[in-house]
Write a protein that binds this ligand. Structure first.
Ligand code: AMP
Length: 396
């Protein structure tokens, strides 16, 4: 049984990956693990520890070749570009951003999908994140949903998969994306399906609240990319429907939300089953202390890239009105607003508690408004129904 075999029921843990890799002759490991692994310089890291790579097959993860036009960019041009697109970076040997798709050096099958999607230029996170990810280094990305971050990690993932040996029967995925909710997991899957189609990369989405059968069948057929919520994936591993022995590219999407939702124990268990010289991309909208601490334990010598101003700023394309009212005036004010703005279009109302969400929905429905609610205590079927209804603007 290999060191990271999950079949024991109590999966062997690698522990954390900090410190000197110690790879070399004595580890029986040579060549293709990059020198970036040799020392962790992640600020605040604890004392160096040995990285156990015993018996692991080397794999390729550096695919980046800087194009001549990127090389030609002066430091000033690079600074100006980053400033204009509100890109802040930290780390060693940071590659210059790519200002066009042509400069990334994506293979034709990926370029074909980008052209098909009709994209004009890389978003800020893609411009800086693609060269970073394609270099095979670990990455902390602070970017919101809507910034293009999914493709910032998925397109390099597709290149990564295509450079690995094909899956053998019984192999688990090569790329694992962990996400906090089914909704996000499905969105990621849609992008993976669209952009992975031309190179025939298979994916599946593993989440709770639905029967396991179809998900188990997908896993057993063999898929290169698994997008999963942590709880259901643990379940699948514990019942031996898949394993993480082939994972060399790990993504944690919306890490802050996963921690908020209490997934830390599952995430730790899952990550401990993945080979330590993997590439890890860690995404979060915010970087509070706990989220950064977890990143420190999972990442080696990472780049950090932050999109947007560190100061919270309003989007100027959106007109904002602020009304300050007392608690008992709120409902009437809301109804008045709805009467003013309701023209059959869709309206989102955010509440600060689940209970409040249910109460207002009930009250609105009693008053004849076609309201539905969605929150974490609803069953998956109810959540699906609500989000589908909103999407289709279904009148209820
Ligand atoms: P995300 O932030 O990953 O949720 O992406 C938001 C949306 O932007 C998705 O619908 C993507 O397909 C789209 N998108 C991603 N990259 C680009 C790009 N370079 N240009 C235009 N749209 C993009």
């Amino acid at each position: 049984m290999s060191r990271y075999d999950s079949r024991s029921g109590d999966p062997t843990s690698y522990g954390d990956r900090r410190g000197d890799s110690g790879f070399g002759g004595s580890m029986g490991f040579s060549g293709s693990v990059r020198s970036s692994l040799s020392r962790n310089n992640y600020e605040g890291a604890e004392s160096p520890r040995k990285l156990d790579l015993d018996g692991l097959t080397p794999f390729e993860k550096n695919f980046y070749v800087e194009s001549s036009s990127v090389t030609a960019m002066s430091d000033r041009e690079v600074d100006e570009y980053r400033q204009r697109r509100e890109i802040t970076i930290e780390g060693r040997d940071i590659p210059k951003p790519v200002t066009s798709f042509r400069d990334v050096g994506f293979p034709d099958y990926v370029m074909l999908e980008i052209t098909r999607a009709g994209f004009v230029e890389p978003t800020a996170i893609q411009a800086q994140g693609w060269p970073m990810a394609l270099k095979g280094r670990d990455l902390i990305g602070i970017a919101e949903t809507g910034s293009g971050k999914t493709l910032a990690y998925l397109l390099p993932a597709i290149v990564h998969v295509n450079a690995q040996p094909i899956l053998a029967p019984g192999d688990g995925p090569i790329v694992l994306v962990l996400a906090p909710t089914r909704e996000l997991a499905v969105q990621i899957q849609n992008e993976a399906t669209k952009f992975g189609a031309s190179s025939k990369i298979k994916n599946t989405c593993i989440y709770g609240g639905v029967p396991k059968g179809p998900q188990v069948r997908d896993l057993q057929k063999g898929v290169e990319i698994v997008i999963a919520t942590p709880g259901r994936l643990m379940d699948m591993l514990e019942s031996h429907h898949t394993n993480l022995r082939r994972v060399t590219y790990l993504v944690l999407d919306e890490a802050d939300r996963m921690l908020d939702m209490g997934f830390e124990p599952q995430i730790r268990k899952l990550v401990s089953q993945i080979r330590p010289d993997r590439q890890t991309l860690y995404w979060s909208a915010t970087l509070p202390k706990e989220v950064e601490q977890l990143a420190r334990q999972f990442l080696y010598n990472p780049y950090k890239v932050i999109i947007g101003s560190p100061d919270l700023k309003a989007n100027h394309a959106i007109r904002q009105h602020v009304d300050i009212v007392s608690e008992h005036q709120k409902y009437n004010k809301l109804v008045k607003l709805l009467e003013d703005i309701m023209d059959g279009s869709r309206i989102l109302i955010f509440m600060d508690t689940k209970k409040g969400c249910d109460q207002i929905t009930r009250q609105l429905r009693m008053d004849g408004w076609p309201a539905l609610s969605i929150h974490g205590d609803k069953s998956q079927a109810e959540r699906d129904w609500s989000s589908q209804s909103l999407k289709l603007a279904r009148v209820l």
